[in-house]
Design a protein around this ligand. Structure first.
Ligand code: DP6
Length: 379
């Protein structure tokens, strides 16, 4: 599979679409085995595996209308790579977040549309209004790029499906994930399924660097409805963006070892998810989180995204686990917030602990209670 099969073509059953709208709700996700390091174009250096969330999501409506003016299309650089910037057009689209025009989002979405242009060339025939809403507060330090890019990609795919109704469901979701990936790597994991693997791995049948796939094995009861309470330690802008961080893995002294470890951890986690070994889960997930931050600290330039309260929380979790016998653990993404993970049968025990010992380390005592969800939904 080289990706060319994803290029839009009209088929014999193609229909005409004048105007309309599609709405999708796509979830955020939290990686257990982390994606950190990528190569062109938005391809991961190692496979990653995430839990899909339920309460943290983006809902996006894409309104479209056939454009009156003919688009300006050019194929500028003679590139043959299907994912390169091939379609250039003065797109007309306005972006609204919670009803307010957001010109600052338009640059990011414009870049995305140019990047996916060749794959969904029909979009150059339309003008768009994009209306979007996040379930979590904008300034919570929770990245909306995964859920946002996934929701928008699914709306674009609904257009493609309306134009080519015979498209299979499998192709629909694979291509939605592929488009989302081109917007933000982790967005590839925000489309379908409770547990999603993105990146090729020999133990995960069907896995691909191009798009995310549902974890293909039966998951043990212990991991059903797993809980994730997100402690909002720092709601500010990140000092170093993920994209810059990923790029610092080029020439990083530990990069190759890290990519190898991530591959091994996918194999180990795959076993753990099937056999229900909670102790092994805790060990692997926390090690992944700390390794991610160790990569940041050993980059050049080096940087630290954790805050003192991040470490206070980790220390409290370790002490609580040692004395209570709980299987609570933490993971981190590229920021200071802490995701507290625990089985659903420990809800009362861990929620009491969070209220009693951890909320004081959160900005304005704020946190978000979430749990594993099943993937994006069309509204
Ligand atoms: C630490 O997907 O935000 O959360 O592809 O540049 O948009 P871009 O990066 P992004 O990176 C996420 C990194 C991470 C780990 C993970 O989610 O796997």
């Amino acid at each position: 599979m080289n990706g060319n099969e994803f290029i839009y073509k009209t088929d014999t059953n193609s229909t005409i679409l004048e105007d309309g709208s599609f709405t999708w709700r796509a979830p955020s996700n939290i990686a257990l085995v982390k994606y950190w390091g990528k190569r062109e174009v938005q391809l991961p250096e190692n496979p990653s595996l995430s839990f899909t969330l339920s309460n943290c999501f983006t809902e996006t409506t894409l309104e479209f209308k056939r454009a009156k003016e003919a688009p300006t299309v050019s194929e500028p650089d003679g590139s043959t790579d299907f994912e390169q910037t091939l379609v250039q057009k003065v797109f007309k689209f306005d972006v609204f977040l919670d009803g307010k025009r957001k010109p600052e989002f338009e640059k990011k979405i414009g870049d995305f549309i140019v990047r996916v242009g060749k794959l969904v060339s029909f979009i150059s025939d339309y003008d768009f209004i994009i209306k979007t809403h996040n379930s979590f507060p904008h300034s919570s330090g929770i990245a909306s790029s995964a859920s946002g890019m996934a929701a928008l990609s699914l709306c674009i795919m609904s257009m493609e499906k309306a134009l080519n109704p015979s498209m299979s469901e499998e192709l629909f979701y694979q291509k939605a994930s592929l488009l989302a990936r081109l917007g933000s790597g982790s967005a590839a994991r925000s489309v379908k399924g409770e547990l999603v693997v993105w990146g090729e791995h020999s133990n995960i049948q069907g896995s691909s660097d191009l798009f995310g796939v549902e974890f293909p094995h039966k998951v043990h009861e212990n991991f059903k409805n797993y809980q994730d309470t997100i402690l909002l330690v720092d709601k500010g802008e990140k000092v170093v963006s993920s994209t810059v961080g990923h790029n610092l893995m080029h020439g990083h002294p530990f990069a190759q070892q890290r990519f190898k470890q991530a591959n091994e951890n996918i194999s180990k986690l795959s076993e753990i998810l099937q056999n229900g070994d909670l102790k092994a889960f805790v060990n692997l997930v926390e090690s992944e989180a700390l390794t991610l931050h160790a990569m940041m600290m050993t980059s050049n330039p080096y940087f630290i995204l954790m805050k003192p309260n991040t470490l206070q929380i980790i220390d409290k979790i370790w002490k609580f686990r040692a004395t209570s016998g709980s299987n609570v653990c933490f993971t981190l993404d590229a920021g200071a917030n802490v995701h507290v993970l625990f089985p659903s049968n420990e809800k009362k025990l861990v929620n009491d602990f969070i209220e009693r010992e951890l909320v004081d380390f959160c900005q304005k005592n704020e946190y978000i209670s979430d749990s594993v969800g099943s993937g994006a939904k069309q509204m």
